[in-house]
Design a protein around this ligand. Structure first.
Ligand SMILES: [Zn+2]
Length: 442
């Protein structure tokens, strides 16, 4: 891999002193940033030069909870009466979509979603995958999509007893071992679990034993809806986080998605075990599930990151949704603005810092060269103090002109130069029609 110079940008470094450098340059060597600052354009002989033209330059964004496999559900309406609650949404839609996926669908759903992620400025995605009709080997297909687009990914398979007892255990085990045996840091793995309500005692015991033996963290949904806690209590006489604690699932390497209905005890367990919580506000609103107790979690010192949960691949819109729903729900225009920016830009960086070796999320020497150039020239003053306003009111609507992932240009003038996008979209349309037909026949 060669060298790359980005010149003439407004660099929002997100470094420890939140420096914003007007008319700054970045020199990249291989997959890492070598220098950031006001050095002369001719200081280095770069293989490629990008003139940012006075636009903003930012670190690539991070999505801390995605379901790439959900791509082909776009526009699909499940047959029969519309789902009336969370369990019906799962039964009538998602648990059919995932069962309808065949091997090629797994690859194309991930490929399409990652292409859109790259075009929305996202360079690292933590995914939670399910395809119970082709479980074994499915994570290799998701991995191939990450490599074909050029993004970094942390993958897992969603173990659940809902189709077959223990489905996905071996796939997690195989893939985690494969990642651990490789030096490559582009793809990493967690042990994936669906949610307490679909995991029986035998399965959860096996997952915990294997996960602990492999010294890996877990990625699981928790308290997305009251039903998760209610079912868990009626079957196991345990509250959600207490049940997980019995199996050693919480910990600094584990991600819990949602947590909308967690009680104080559940939040205490997240905090005392230093676990990661990922909030997905757009998805929660779409499913009519309520509001994550974000401010309570933050006041307890819980690490709260941000994901899309398959709703989209656009992270800035998630940060907008995060603060808007808190303000609307609390009838308080003073809350959650800085917290949403922090979740997207800093907490997600801390989360991937626990899952990958290469540092990222900052324009600083030694960091992974994950960099985006949105088409955004500010017309009001831009500084470290005003940046969040630009991010949430302006950048959320800006096209990303250039995305550099791991030192490679993966989006150029809004296009992905190394992929035949039209051919991929045509293939996807064909795949989607097959999936929709299979769901309708279930
Ligand atoms: Zn999810």
């Amino acid at each position: 891999m060669g060298s790359l110079l980005i010149k003439n940008g407004i660099l929002v470094t997100l470094n420890d002193s939140s420096d914003v450098l007007h008319n700054g340059n970045i020199y990249i060597e291989g997959k890492r940033i070598a220098e950031v600052g006001a050095f002369p354009d001719d200081k280095y002989k770069a293989d490629e030069v990008i003139d940012a033209g006075g636009h903003l330059v930012l670190p690539g964004l991070i999505n801390a909870h995605h379901h790439l496999y959900s791509t082909f559900a776009r526009g699909f309406t499940p047959p029969g009466d519309p789902p009336r609650n969370f369990i019906e949404i799962l039964e009538k839609l998602w648990w059919k979509v995932d069962r309808a996926l065949e091997e090629e669908d797994v690859y194309y759903s991930a490929l399409l979603a990652l292409m859109y992620a790259a075009r929305a400025g996202c360079t690292t995605v933590i995914d939670h995958h399910a395809s119970p009709s082709c479980t074994d080997g499915s994570l290799d297909l998701v991995e191939k999509a990450f490599r074909d687009v050029g993004l970094s990914g942390c993958l897992c398979y969603e173990v659940s007893d809902r189709n077959r007892e223990g489905d996905g255990i071996e796939e997690n085990e195989r893939f985690i071992k494969k990642c651990k045996a490789s030096d490559d840091d582009q793809i990493t793995a967690l042990f994936g679990l669906h949610a307490s309500m679909t995991l029986g005692t035998k399965t959860l015991t096996r997952c915990a034993d294997i996960g602990h033996a492999l010294e890996t963290g877990f990625h699981v949904h928790v308290a997305e809806d009251r039903a998760d806690g209610d079912i868990t209590f009626s079957r196991y006489k345990k509250r959600l986080m207490d049940r997980f604690l019995d199996y050693g699932i919480p910990g600094a390497g584990s991600i819990f998605a949602h947590g909308i209905c967690l009680d104080g005890r559940g939040m205490d367990i997240l905090k005392t075990t230093d676990s990661m919580l990922v909030s997905n506000p757009e998805s929660n609103m779409n499913n009519g599930l309520g509001v994550t107790p974000l401010l309570e979690m933050l006041s307890r010192g819980i690490l709260v990151g941000l994901g899309t949960d398959g709703m989209s691949s656009h992270m800035i819109s998630q940060a907008r949704a995060m603060y808007l729903i808190q303000r609307g729900y609390r009838r308080d225009p003073t809350v959650a603005f800085a917290e949403a920016g922090e979740a997207l830009l800093k907490t997600n960086r801390s989360i991937v810092g626990r899952l990958f070796k290469d540092p990222r999320g900052m324009l600083a020497p030694g960091c992974l060269a994950d960099i985006i150039i949105p088409e955004y020239v500010p017309f009001t003053p831009l500084s470290a103090e005003t940046f969040l306003g630009h991010l949430l009111f302006g950048l959320s609507f800006a096209r990303i002109n250039t995305t550099i992932a791991r030192g490679r240009i993966v989006v150029q003038d809004g296009r992905i130069p190394h992929l035949d996008e039209e051919k991929i979209r045509a293939k996807a349309l064909e795949k989607a029609q097959g999936i929709w037909k299979r769901i309708a026949a279930m």
